[in-house]
Ligand binder design. Sequence first.
Ligand code: SAM
Length: 203
Amino acid sequence: MNNIHWDKIYTEKASTTVSWYCDHDETSLQLLDEMDLRPQDAIIDVGGGASTWVDDLIGRGFSRISILDLSAAALAVTQQRLGKYPGTVKWIVGDVLETPLPQANFSLWHDRAVFHFLTDKKQRQRYVQVLSDALKPGGHVIISTFAEDGPTQCSELPVCRYSPEQLRSEFGTLFTLISHNHVIHRTPAGKNQAFTYCHFQII
Ligand SMILES: C[S@@+](CC[C@H](N)C(=O)[O-])C[C@H]1O[C@@H](n2cnc3c(N)ncnc32)[C@H](O)[C@@H]1O
């Protein structure tokens, strides 16, 4: 994957106008609030971009947050917004499939609208391997993709759409599906997009 497409978007558009923008990732926050995480538990937001999820994590007292994204421009937007919280966030510019991550480290892996770009089976297998290695035993995953009745493209790129059962099949037997939601996201331009949210836990 290359970052040119994404850097261009985050440079040319205000982060609050991109189709995936939401004020708060309410579904992920609800799932987070149902978990037994402690403020010192490590959390990673994969493809976090300029999302406000990190703001809400900081607001809940979490202090070991990593944000990984292909786009340095996206992370710069978030860095500027969070200027008053230096040191709380570890910034990682890179491709989730290629960037070395600490092993058995994270209590929560969060991915909103990134996995669905992996249209090649080998990429998806690699993603699940990276995820399995980076999570602590018993660690949680919140993942959201376009649903079966969602759009066929995101940011003008092709995507795979998933039901909870299809995501469970992609993640394999190491992961238990704890819950799932079908969520309608209203884009800033006023269009509805159907997402599948899944909460998994690794054995
Ligand atoms: C649709 S946006 C979603 C951003 C954010 N998760 C949110 O909900 O606002 C997809 C993000 O994933 C990043 N991305 C795409 N492919 C990636 C990859 N292979 N590794 C890391 N980041 C990736 C993009 O740069 C972009 O910020």
